[in-house]
Design a binder for this molecule. Structure first.
Ligand SMILES: Nc1ncnc2c1ncn2[C@@H]1O[C@H](COP(=O)(O)OP(=O)(O)O[C@H]2O[C@H](CO)[C@@H](O)[C@H](O)[C@H]2O)[C@@H](O)[C@H]1O
Length: 472
């Protein structure tokens, strides 16, 4: 099958959060399975620092009354063709946060559709989040291209219908009040990134105002849990961490902790309980709960914390204030730093993720991969990927709490703090967490199934049709 991924982010060259990880890792597995997967992203101003891009474009196009160019290169260290949508609106060095965000990503999506119609025609355009929400609308009358739309974050719904009508071709028949809603109506299949979240978004509490529409389309809505790139994120070979280790050499892991304490200005002590967070600092991630309990937690225990993240100014400055009050006990790093994130995953004892909602979450998977025990709220993908630690039966992989409530979080943190004193049990818990299979293998298979389901009939050869008939 020929599949074009269209997205605003791709790791490792243009990543803000988890969507970038997915777009950077799933295509590798799909290509290994013999599918021709290619990626289309904006040509951001910082990309020439990160990869070789030929000076000459491969294609010129028009969308929304503007000309654009497309450049062709490869995703670093892969054979995946990467197409860059070139226009000066993307020449800036940031991905998000500008006043014209709705315009420029709708323009990008339109460019992606033009590219798929006119230059490299895929069987399926796989669209990611609101930035690409209009593609299923534009494509739905193209008989030889189908669309899959993945919701990584429903909280961002993109431009409303009025703006879309002003800036782009928004056909009369289009339904949906914003870019995401339009995608939900017109994509051939919609998925989100865990089964629990796929159910939750059909309720008013999690549906961001779209729960009725999501329930209505539920026969084409599925949840597929994310994987991680286990070659790239491997504690045995990771070149960014101080000490490589495996399950067999877990006793060496403390060197990463000491290094992290040193690097973050914390008191160096390998037996102090160290909790970490790597997160976008936004409402979704439960930062307000953390702010409510942090003084008490540091006051009543001798634990330490390292927080790495960027996001809302308000959260950034409150965390910064706290770090000034508890010097040597908590380190707050307001930067986006991939290498430091790996040193954090490999050095902390426990990893905190008290999300208000969580479509899947990759950070808890990375934490487990690196032997850090997750402390999570039981919601969305966190519920699907972290199981309750039961020391008596030696089961479970982390500490979980139910309610979005500061006391519940505090109790879970204290349980983990106490649990850490029982070194043997803790080590068994680490081994169980590290043994979990978070590779893409199973989930990639599920994506292949949905691609097959929506494969345009006109693109299927007679032989393949016969195979399908036999199989069904
Ligand atoms: N300051 C920083 N420095 C370095 N690295 C940082 C960082 N802040 C975050 N990261 C990295 O960004 C990624 C975050 O991924 P998550 O999936 O946990 O959350 P996110 O909300 O961004 O993703 C959304 O999309 C993904 C993908 O579908 C869903 O899993 C998730 O639930 C949904 O909210 C991790 O790789 C993490 O290490």
């Amino acid at each position: 099958m020929k599949i074009l991924f269209v997205a605003a982010e791709v790791a490792p060259i243009a990543k803000v959060g988890g969507m970038g990880d997915v777009v950077g890792s799933l295509p590798k597995i799909l290509r290994k399975q013999g599918h021709d997967v290619r990626i289309f992203i904006p040509y951001y101003g910082f990309l020439p620092d990160k990869l070789d891009i030929p000076a000459e474009p491969i294609w010129w196009g028009d969308a929304m009354g503007q000309e654009f160019t497309v450049y062709s290169t490869l995703l670093p260290e892969t054979d995946i063709p990467l197409y860059l949508f070139g226009h000066q609106t993307f020449a800036r060095r940031n991905i998000y946060g500008d006043h014209d965000e709705y315009w420029r990503f709708t323009f990008f999506a339109n460019g992606g559709a033009e590219f798929a119609w006119n230059y490299w025609k895929p069987d399926i355009v796989h669209c990611h989040d609101w930035h690409t929400g209009m593609i299923p609308v534009w494509m739905h009358e193209t008989p030889d291209i189908s669309t899959v739309f993945t919701i990584h974050n429903l909280a961002y719904r993109g431009p409303g219908r009025d703006l879309l009508q002003q800036i782009t071709w928004c056909p009369e028949y289009m339904r949906g009040e914003n870019a995401i809603a339009a995608a939900l109506h017109f994509a051939n299949v919609v998925n989100t990134v865990s089964p629990t979240y796929a159910r939750q978004i059909q309720t008013p509490e999690y549906g961001e105002g779209l729960h009725e529409l999501l329930s209505w389309i539920n026969d084409k809505l599925i949840g597929i849990v994310n994987g991680i790139d286990t070659d790239n994120y491997n504690p045995a070979t990771d070149r960014f961490i101080a000490q490589n280790f495996t399950i067999q050499t877990l006793d060496q892991r403390f060197r990463n902790k000491v290094k992290l304490q040193e690097e973050s200005g914390l008191e160096i002590n390998r037996s102090t309980f160290l909790v970490g967070m790597v997160s976008r600092l936004v409402e979704q991630k439960g930062i307000d709960l953390v702010l409510q309990i942090i003084d008490r937690f540091l006051g009543y225990t001798d634990a330490q914390m390292v927080i790495l993240g960027t996001g809302d100014r308000n959260y950034e400055s409150k965390l910064w204030d706290i770090s000034n009050r508890h010097r040597g006990r908590i380190s707050v790093q307001i930067v986006h730093n991939e290498a430091l994130s790996r040193r954090l995953y490999s050095g902390v004892d426990a990893f905190l993720m008290p999300s208000r909602f969580e479509p899947c979450g990759l950070s808890q998977l990375l934490a487990m991969r690196y032997g850090a025990i997750p402390i999570v709220r039981k919601t969305g993908g966190l519920l699907d990927t972290v199981s309750f630690f039961d020391p008596h039966n030696e089961q479970g992989t982390g500490y979980c709490f139910d309610q979005y409530d500061a006391l519940d979080l505090y109790t879970a943190l204290i349980r983990a703090y106490e649990g850490y004193r029982f070194k043997k049990d803790w080590q068994k818990l680490q081994v169980r967490a590290m043994k979990q299979d978070f590779s893409w293998d199973k989930s990639a298979q599920k994506y292949i199934e949905i691609y097959k389901q929506v494969m345009p009939l006109v693109n299927i050869s007679e032989d393949e049709k016969q195979e399908i008939a036999i199989a069904s």
